[in-house]
Structure formats: C-alpha cells, structure tokens
Design a protein around this ligand. Structure first.
Ligand code: ADP
Ligand code: 5GP
Length: 185
C-alpha cells in the first residue's frame, strides 16, 4: 500500500497538539493531516473536512459496518475514528500525521508496525488545566470528562517511541520536526 511514513501524535486535551501541529505543518508542507470522523460538535472555527468530518452517530455506525475505519474509539462521550480511504490516498503521496488518542495509536501500530508514535506531554498538570480552560471553548462538564483521562493518557506515554514536552510551542514543534526528519527522510 503505502509510500509515506505514518506519524501518530497523542497528548491530553489542551496540551497544545493543534497549536504545535500547525507550526510543524507550516514548516513541512509535504506532510498531510489525517482527517478523523467524529460525532462531537464542531468548536468555533473548526471546519468540516479539514479539522474533522463531523458526522451523526448513525453515520458513524454505518461507517463502522462498512469497514471504513483503520481504527476507531469511543471516548469523552463521542466516537472518533480514522477513515482508511483518505489515509491511504495521502500515504501514497507522502508522510501523514494523525492526531489520535492512545487506544487508536496502539491499533494503528498493530496495523502498521513502522508507524512512529509521538506523545506530547505538558510541563505540569497545572499548566495543562490552565491551557484547557484558557481555550474557552469547552464546557465545565467536558473539562471534567477530559481531566478524568489525563492520568491514564500520561501512563500510556511509556509505550510511545518519543515523548516531547510542550513547554514553549516553537521548541516543541522544532523537536517534532527533528524526529520527522530522522524517521522519514
Ligand atoms: P489540543 O489540540 O492538544 O487540545 P490546543 O492546541 O487547542 O490543544 O491548545 C490548548 C490551548 O493552549 C490553546 O489556547 C493554545 O493557544 C494554548 N497553548 C498551546 N501550546 C502552548 C504553549 N506551549 N504555551 C502556552 N499555551 C499554549
Ligand atoms: P478533541 O475532541 O479534543 O478534538 O479530541 C479528543 C481526543 O480524541 C484527542 O485525544 C484526539 O487525539 C482524539 N482523536 C481525534 N481523532 C481521533 C481518531 O480518529 N481516533 C482516535 N482513536 N482518537 C482520535
């Protein structure tokens, strides 16, 4: 199937994945982003087909039935999954980045042993909470749902190929760029 390399990025909600990935992709315009499907509602500014494919639960179930996902997972009250078609198309052209949580990351690794798993960790848990709240687009209930997963997610980081701390976003992006250069080029 694929020509490019697959890079999986995980990290707790609010740690700065989107921020750092935007910087990485601005510098490496040859990388493509795997667009997941989700049943959650779009946040302000999120674009359907670019950030996610926003779908109903019925549509997501139909996609599962039709075998359209490389992996999917139910977490934080919603379904999230990686549609295979778009991923394969992008991999034929070059390397691809997936922003998915640890269960999905390990399933991707099972399907593609050469996938590179990168975990973004916060400098401190207090700073993580500050960022999540500071984003201002997540309800108090959803903040609690997300915080309930943090300890488990951090524990999973032990199984990743790389752990990078997002203290300064530019430095974190630079570290990830170096990993990509080492692994893909
Ligand atoms: P995620 O995609 O992991 O949920 P975001 O990229 O949306 O996280 O970042 C969450 C919030 O933290 C945003 O308001 C973002 O501007 C801020 N942020 C991201 N990285 C840093 C950083 N290194 N230092 C301070 N704030 C950051
Ligand atoms: P958010 O709702 O904050 O965008 O994402 C919540 C969590 O879902 C994040 O940890 C994100 O990495 C993860 N996620 C996004 N897309 C997928 C996917 O396709 N599969 C899996 N397993 N997790 C995903």
């Amino acid at each position: 199937m694929a020509d490019g390399k697959l890079f999986v990025i995980s990290g707790a909600s609010g740690v700065g994945k989107s921020t750092v990935l935007a910087q990485v992709m601005a510098k490496r315009t040859d990388l493509r982003f795997s667009v997941s499907a989700t049943t959650r509602s779009p946040r302000p500014g999120e674009v359907d087909g670019k950030d996610y494919y926003f779908v109903t639960k019925d549509k997501f179930q139909a996609m599962i039935q039709q075998g359209e996902f490389l992996e999917y997972d139910a977490h934080m009250d919603n379904y999230y999954g990686t549609p295979k078609g778009q991923l394969e198309e992008k991999l034929h052209i070059g390397s691809v980045i997936l922003d998915i949580e640890p269960n999905g990351a390990f399933n991707v690794r099972k399907a593609r042993a050469d996938a590179v798993l990168i975990f973004i960790a916060p400098p401190t848990l207090e700073e993580l909470e500050r960022r999540l709240r500071g984003r201002g687009d997540t309800s108090e209930e959803q903040i609690r749902v997300r915080q309930a997963r943090v300890a488990w997610e951090m524990e999973q980081s032990k199984q990743y190929d790389y752990v990078v701390i997002n203290d300064r976003a530019e430095a974190c992006a630079e570290e990830i760029l170096q990993i990509i250069a080492r692994e893909a080029d």
